[in-house]
Write a protein that binds this ligand. Structure first.
Ligand code: SF4
Length: 460
């Protein structure tokens, strides 16, 4: 399912505006013609003066390095993004073509690079000089309200709801970032730390600037890509109030914690404002694991929260982590049952990852029989990667029965009213094709490749 634009990359590209003649923003998930390496390289050689690449994940990391190494040496190459920051040394070693790596949040650094500030004086970058790699001091976090909102006119692609390659009713998607950072300290979470291992202080934009950006959006469905939009419930309520007052007719999706169940007035306003789906980090049904992850709640709290949440016409996606340190197979498999018991509509499951600066690293390393790969994958003598993958599939198969898909569709149409009447009519037309593609995909899972690298290229 490819839905959302690369917001982080768009922020950086937007901040480069005015400092160069022309910017070409490429999202290689969509640029199918350019996704072929030779086409991309000819395009770069013919049109581009400086290439800036964002590496957000370590999926296809080796392929990305191979591509970077084919970029002509006379074109300056600047790399940034979450994974690039975490793997500065490895990247400089693996890719002799890289000139500069922008660490952490890149908006201000990229601007200084483009206006020609001497590299030694640019905070938050690492660069090559006389065969050595120089690491400048970190850059303090920028004030979020000082950053210009992403310029959507730089996009070449229409971001629309697509399931297994099938476009759903022409519904367009966009995302908006109303705050950076998260005030909580869940131990497994890499979002609350920046890639340098520093905790990013929670910083929220003013309600007025968020509303102004929202009013300019064309898409019907908007994802708040904040780690937790409701970190300050009063502020979230003000955002809802403004959306209602200004009659901004959008369908909203947001990430939240289950604590939101303690704020019925906010929930009521959210429904009124058009919030249709919440993505909730539940992580585990087991108290000892929730404790290990420092989630700040237990199974009873989750059950109580869902007893409230399920009264509201909102679709709930629960994130769960399995393969935790000390977790047994039957405990992992209980995730599906638990999700059904509490009334979660959709689940997303992930194996526990131990990133470079994870507070769980010490525990993983000191627990006999547990191992962490260079890429942060945790496995044990009892549960290999393959065994964990199988368990993950069992959890999914046990939760996603055909009737589950029907329930999800039913809820989206008749309860949350995510789809308009016209869209419902179109949906029924494509439903048989969609349903068949989902079943086939479930069966083929594991064989499919994700193509998620994103590139932003600038003309001088
Ligand atoms: S898991 Fe969610 S609530 Fe916890 S630290 Fe990360 S972003 Fe914050």
């Amino acid at each position: 399912m490819m839905l959302f634009p690369p917001t982080g990359l768009e922020y950086v590209a937007t901040s480069a505006k005015g400092f160069v003649d022309k910017i070409t923003l490429l999202d290689l998930r969509y640029e199918l013609e350019l996704a072929d390496t030779d086409n991309l390289l000819s395009f770069i050689s013919a049109n581009i003066d400086i290439v800036c690449v964002s590496i957000g994940w370590d999926r296809q990391f080796d392929e990305i390095c191979q591509l970077l190494n084919r970029i002509p040496k006379d074109i300056p190459l600047v790399v940034g993004g979450y994974k690039a920051t975490e793997k500065v040394e490895e990247l400089f070693q693996a890719c002799p073509t890289i000139d500069i790596i922008v660490r952490g949040e890149g908006e201000e650094s990229i601007r200084e690079i483009l206006i020609g500030v001497p590299l030694k004086g640019i905070l938050g970058i690492s660069f090559r000089e006389n065969g050595a790699v120089i690491h400048n001091p970190n850059r303090p976090f920028p004030a979020v309200d000082s950053l210009p909102a992403p310029d959507r006119s730089l996009r070449h692609n229409e971001y629309s709801l697509t399931v297994n390659g099938i476009k759903i009713c022409g519904i367009k998607f966009d995302s908006i970032l109303s705050a950076r950072g998260c005030p909580f300290d869940c131990k497994f979470c890499t979002f609350s730390l920046n890639p340098l291992g520093q905790k990013r202080d929670y910083a929220a934009r003013s309600v007025a600037s968020v509303i102004e950006e929202l009013e300019g959006l064309e898409a019907q469905v908007i994802l708040f890509s904040d780690d937790n939009l409701f970190a300050i419930p009063k502020r979230a309520e003000q955002i809802c109030d403004e959306i209602i007052k200004r009659k901004i007719k959008k369908r909203f999706i947001a990430q939240a914690r289950i604590d939101i169940a303690r704020h019925p007035t906010l929930l009521k306003k959210m429904v009124q404002a058009g919030f249709k789906a919440l993505l909730l980090g539940i992580e585990s049904p087991h108290d000892w694991i929730l404790d290990q992850l420092n989630k700040g709640f237990n199974q009873e709290t989750i059950r109580k929260a869902f007893a409230v949440l399920t009264k509201y016409p909102i679709l709930y996606n629960g994130y769960f982590i399995y393969g935790n340190i000390g977790e047994k197979e039957e405990e992992m498999l209980y995730i599906a049952q638990f999700a059904k018991e509490i009334g979660v509509d959709v689940i997303s499951t992930n194996k526990l990852r131990i990133e470079k600066f994870s507070p769980l690293k010490e525990l993983a390393q000191n627990t006999p029989g547990y191992h962490v790969t260079e890429r942060g994958e945790l496995y044990s003598d009892m549960y290999s990667h393959a065994a964990l993958k199988k368990i993950g599939k069992k959890i999914k198969f046990s939760f996603y029965t055909p009737s589950r898909y029907v329930k999800i569709l039913w809820k989206n149409i008749f309860v949350t009213k995510f789809f308009t009447l016209r869209e419902v009519a179109l949906l029924f037309f494509i439903f048989p094709r969609l349903f068949a593609s989902i079943i086939i995909k479930e069966q083929q899972q594991g064989k499919l490749k994700d193509t998620l690298n994103r590139t932003f290229i600038k003309h001088g």
